[in-house]
Write a protein that binds this ligand. Structure first.
Ligand code: PXP
Length: 244
């Protein structure tokens, strides 16, 4: 039987709301406490270069309070590496980042950046931080990630999410299934995330080797209608195959 899937809740857009008024409501730590109470596994934040939502102090406060393990998403820059090594989050996910994008639009091109990344990742790995690379469901990218000594990849499910219920849905699902199978063959863990919601997450959670999901925008947005606690509880029931 497949073991329970871990859920990392990405709280970037709680910070987006807070920043709209430049005050401290909604308070991120209160949200972390609520998520801990309902057995969420991780808190995920993306510290972007332009600090448009999560700020440096948020990363520090979440780590220092140690309520839930922190998963830090960041670009592969020297500035971010320094912050990561100083903060020592439980895990770190390297993502590609373009200043003008609204969200992380695609996976990291590990294949083409192998030389740069082979220099970038060892310090994070030897600091004992669980490191993952955010990649498209592309077998070459996963092989490249594994060849760097990385033990985890997070599969970008954005394209699948956009195609859900449309023409390319099954093709995209198959790409993720094949990617997860390759991870298993290579002995690396497979996480997934981006664009996941109540409808499209079930078949991703059923993929045998997918052991962690990181989900943000939908959960925070849906909370407007049904509250954060109930929204996340319902999501956790779906990913762990209980009926709601
Ligand atoms: N995983 C990674 C690596 C991401 O960059 C993001 C977006 O910040 C997510 C998961 C969550 O995506 P969404 O907000 O669409 O659920």
């Amino acid at each position: 039987m497949k073991k329970e899937i871990r859920l990392g809740v990405n709280i970037d857009h709680v910070a987006t709301l807070r920043n709209a008024r430049n005050e401290d409501f909604p308070n991120l730590l209160e949200v972390v406490k609520l998520l801990e109470k309902i057995n969420v596994d991780l808190i995920t934040v993306h510290l972007r270069e332009d600090r448009r939502h999560i700020k440096d102090v948020d990363v520090e406060v979440i780590k220092e309070n140690n309520i839930l393990p922190l998963n830090l998403e960041m670009a592969a820059t020297q500035e971010m590496k320094n912050i990561c090594l100083k903060t020592k989050p439980y895990s770190c996910c390297i993502v590609p980042e373009r200043r003008e994008e609204l969200t992380t639009e695609g996976g990291l091109n590990v294949k083409d950046q192998k030389v740069y990344l082979s220099d970038f990742v060892p310090e994070i790995l030897s600091a004992g931080i669980k490191l993952s690379l955010f990649v498209d469901p592309d077998l070459d990218q996963i092989e490249s990630a594994a060849s760097l000594g990385v033990k985890v990849v997070e599969i970008h499910t954005g394209k699948y999410s956009r195609c859900f219920g449309k023409k390319d849905h099954l093709n995209e699902l198959k790409r993720i299934q094949d990617a997860a199978f390759l991870c298993k063959k290579l002995g690396i863990d497979c996480h997934a995330g981006h664009g996941l919601n109540f409808e499209n997450v079930k078949e991703i959670s059923e993929i045998e080797n997918v052991i962690e999901l990181n989900v943000g925008h939908f959960l925070i947005s849906h909370s407007i209608f049904n509250g954060l606690e109930q929204t996340v509880k319902n999501f956790m029931k779906i990913i762990n195959h209980a009926s709601i």
